[in-house]
Design a protein around this ligand. Structure first.
Ligand SMILES: NC(=O)c1ccc[n+]([C@@H]2O[C@H](COP(=O)([O-])OP(=O)(O)OC[C@H]3O[C@@H](n4cnc5c(N)ncnc54)[C@H](O)[C@@H]3O)[C@@H](O)[C@H]2O)c1
Length: 389
């Protein structure tokens, strides 16, 4: 049975931001322009974009042309934080910058919604957690969440409710597939395919969404056995990984993450005792992308009609996540996609890499500060860690 999200407890040290929330974006490239800006615009008068930061003046200017002249531009995060004191910072910079920028924004009192991956290691995650507000009584925060927009579409919310309620019967077998295609030109960008700058290959950068959704749907994982390969691209990290997973309730799953697959698809399939639920999409899902197939003994039209009819029709999107994030800010409670929910997915990725590189099964909870895989996803493994220059 899926585990509950962490309790939404307020803290004595936090402050509940005033509304409309004054927001700033950091890194005005593809994801901020294409996804965060429309999401902010969709929130009406709950949030106002007041500042944008980019070290590239041309990108910043292009963004401000789109966002509006009343968005003040800055060349650096610290300068912006000092001048604007925003209530919310949305981070869309390259992955290696996320941990430090998240901590800086938290220290300045801002809540943070950061692009995936939130950081490059469990060690980095734990420093972010230490910079958050405490969770003991009173209005809480600031908190840092990671963007995993696929959790928040109505199809995923509905499927999770059905799984949690036992309506589909006990989950038994699952498949989690991110088989995408990236060409040589994609990897000619210097920060891609490197541990220090991208954090990993399709495990960390692409399949992370689907694996996060699998864990969100199924709950606590217990053990992973994995393989990784560098089959095509001239990169430091892997370009394909596979894994077998056992969940705490006994559910067994397969995982595939690839950037080598000409026929691209993102898929999750969960076979439960009474029905199979299957999601098939590429970069985002809507209700129609979810299919429910009842077991023969369960062919009850009323029940299956209920499975196939989520109460809402909200596609997975940055807007769907931001909506819930602002609700949490208004209440001064821990937002979805933060704390335990963020760390569990990162720990799963660290365990997948450790198992792939050591050839050993890895159990949840075993990667602690004394373990090299706590500090880097490559775990300093001689076949995988970057060579000393
Ligand atoms: N959630 C999703 O589905 C999704 C999709 C694509 C990318 N992403 C993530 O979004 C992040 C950004 O990806 P992108 O494709 O938008 O990259 P991008 O290269 O298009 O944009 C990054 C921007 O950050 C700026 N930047 C670099 N250093 C900076 C600094 N120190 N301070 C401020 N700005 C700085 C760059 O000039 C650039 O404009 C990555 O972490 C990526 O994994 C998420």
């Amino acid at each position: 049975m899926p585990a509950a999200e962490p309790a939404a407890e307020p803290s004595p040290t936090g402050t509940t931001p005033s509304f409309p929330v004054r927001a700033a974006v950091v890194g005005t490239g593809g994801i901020v322009t294409g996804s965060h800006l429309p999401a902010l615009r969709g929130m009406g008068d709950r949030v106002r974009l007041v500042a944008a930061v980019d070290t590239d003046p041309a990108r910043l200017a292009a963004f401000r042309d789109r966002a509006g002249e009343d968005v003040t531009g800055y060349g650096g995060l610290d300068e912006m934080l000092a001048a604007e004191r925003p209530g919310l910072v949305l981070l869309g910079t390259p992955p290696a910058l996320h941990a430090e920028q998240t901590r800086a924004a938290l220290r300045a009192g801002a809540w943070v919604l950061c692009e995936k991956p939130l950081c490059l290691s469990l060690a980095e995650y734990d420093t972010i957690a230490a910079a958050e507000g405490t969770e003991e009584g009173g209005p809480g925060g600031p908190y840092a969440s990671v963007v995993f927009q696929h959790r928040y579409g109505s199809g995923a919310v509905h499927a999770r409710e059905l799984l949690r309620s036992g309506e589909l019967g006990r989950p038994l077998v699952a498949h989690c597939q991110t088989t995408w295609y990236r060409d040589r030109a994609y990897y000619s960008v210097p920060w891609r395919g490197r541990w220090a700058t991208e954090g990993g290959g399709p495990t960390m950068g692409h399949g992370i969404h689907q694996m996060d959704l699998l864990l969100h749907l199924l709950g606590e994982w217990e053990e992973v056995r994995a393989m990784a390969g560098r089959l095509v691209h001239d990169v430091e990290s892997e370009d394909v990984s596979t894994a077998l997973v056992r969940f705490a309730d006994g559910t067994m799953a397969t995982v595939v993450n690839s950037v080598l697959s000409p026929d691209e698809v993102s898929r999750i399939r969960i076979d439960c005792a009474h029905a199979t639920v299957e999601l098939t999409h590429l970069y985002g899902h809507a209700n129609d992308d979810w299919a429910y197939t009842p077991a023969v003994h369960r062919r009850d039209d009323a029940r299956t009609a209920h499975w196939r009819s989520p109460a809402a029709d909200v596609p997975s999107s940055h807007a769907a996540q931001l909506d819930g994030f602002l609700d949490a800010m208004a209440k001064g409670v821990r937002p979805p996609g933060s704390g335990v929910a963020a760390r569990r997915t990162l720990e799963f990725l660290a365990a997948l890499y450790k198992s792939a590189f050591t050839g050993q099964p890895v159990r949840a909870g075993e990667i602690g500060p004394e373990d090299p895989y706590y500090h880097a996803m490559h775990g300093n493994h001689p076949d995988w860690a970057p060579k000393e220059q």
